[in-house]
Design a protein around this ligand. Structure first.
Ligand SMILES: Nc1nc2c(ncn2[C@@H]2O[C@H](COP(=O)(O)OP(=O)(O)OP(=O)(O)O)[C@@H](O)[C@H]2O)c(=O)[nH]1
Ligand SMILES: [Mg+2]
Length: 325
């Protein structure tokens, strides 16, 4: 499992009934190959091992949440709740051990029993296996849902420079990203409850940059965001190396310029560690605003200059003490 896409390789999570079906049908097959007490022992071992191994595999296939990059941990937390997930995984881990212990216990009891008693003990053991697995039925379902959600997270890499594109709806964020990245085949999207993150890539001087479109997230005042969105914004603050803030001075986007600039100031507070570059887009319509750059995605005017500036604003220095640079 790679550090950059930590949830990509997660296998599907079996449901409780699937696990039990698999374990008991394999056990029946193993039992048919033998007879008498040996058959009962073989069934017990087969079912017990399949259940405990499969449940342990569910747990070990997950990355260590504490070792995740802050961006991924926080995004995962926004989407599924990392504490809940940890708890569900620990329940399944408990069930795996519990089945293992039961298996050992019944194996010992069978050793001293005759064939008839061995069969009774094996049936008893199966009923107790089923009880244990059913106890974590809900946990397995929740883990499966978390896996399905997290696997579709866009391939955003904490180790590649990231430019976050923000601004009110309709100011031209997506048009910009589509124009400067190979967005056609490199866009991945992730549905939050109300929003999506899109990522496109571009290369400058052999460095790959991620451009992140944030419709529904960085396009309105903080107080209008719900908890999940707030947390996703916070995750982005770990990731962003620069913020490109687009404004539409013409007001054609439908939002007053004052409100747009207030949002820009709010994001400056939030993304305190990085440059927030103010760009007036739709310069073919209006340039009536105090901005760092004026561009038109429509005509292409100044688009390259804006890119150069934002790439230049990214600090590529390694984390050396200032005097040693
Ligand atoms: N005149 C003009 N129109 C533009 C320019 N850039 C984008 N537009 C238009 O503005 C509209 C909105 O552009 P989008 O790229 O969808 O804006 P957005 O910021 O991604 O909007 P949301 O996804 O809703 O947040 C579209 O009709 C674009 O064609 C520009 O430079 N000049
Ligand atoms: Mg858009």
């Amino acid at each position: 499992m790679s550090e950059t896409a930590p949830f990509e390789g997660l296998p599907t999570t079996p449901r409780a009934d699937e696990l039990l079906d698999k374990a008991f049908s394999r056990a029946a097959r193993a039992g048919r190959a033998k007879s008498g007490k040996e058959a009962q022992e073989s069934m017990l071992l087969t079912a017990g091992n399949i259940l405990s191994d499969n449940m342990r595999n569910v747990v070990t296939s997950w990355p260590d949440m504490d070792a995740l990059a802050p961006f991924h941990r926080e995004l995962a937390d926004a989407v599924v709740g990392v504490d809940d997930l940890r708890q569900q995984l620990s329940e399944v881990n408990w069930a795996s051990r519990q089945v293992g212990d039961l298996r050992k216990d019944y194996q010992g009891r069978m050793r001293r029993a005759d064939a008839e008693t061995a069969k009774k003990l094996r049936k008893q053991a199966f009923a107790r296996f089923a009880d244990v697995v059913e106890e974590v039925e809900g946990d397995l379902l929740a883990i499966g849902e978390a896996r399905d959600e997290l696997r579709t997270l866009p391939d955003i890499r904490p180790d590649e420079p990231a430019i976050v594109v923000a601004g009110y709806p309709n100011v031209g964020k997506t048009s910009f990203i589509n124009r400067v990245t190979n967005a056609r085949n490199e866009i991945a999207s992730y549905p939050f409850t109300t929003t999506e993150l899109h990522v496109g890539h571009l290369e400058r001087d052999y460095v790959r940059y991620q451009l992140i479109d944030t419709p529904g997230l960085l396009d309105r005042p903080a107080e209008e965001r719900n908890d999940i969105e707030r947390q996703a914004v916070s995750a982005l603050t770990h990731l962003a190396d620069a913020v490109l803030f687009l404004v539409d001075a013409s007001g054609e986007c439908g939002y007053p310029l004052d409100a747009q600039l207030d949002l820009r100031d709010d994001l400056r507070d939030r993304f305190r560690e990085v440059s927030v570059v103010t760009v007036c887009n739709k310069s073919d319509r209006s340039v009536d605003v105090d901005a760092d750059f004026f561009m038109s995605v429509e005509t292409g005017e100044n688009v390259d200059e804006v890119l150069d500036a934002v790439v230049g604003a990214i600090d590529h220095e390694p984390d050396l003490p200032f005097e040693e640079r």
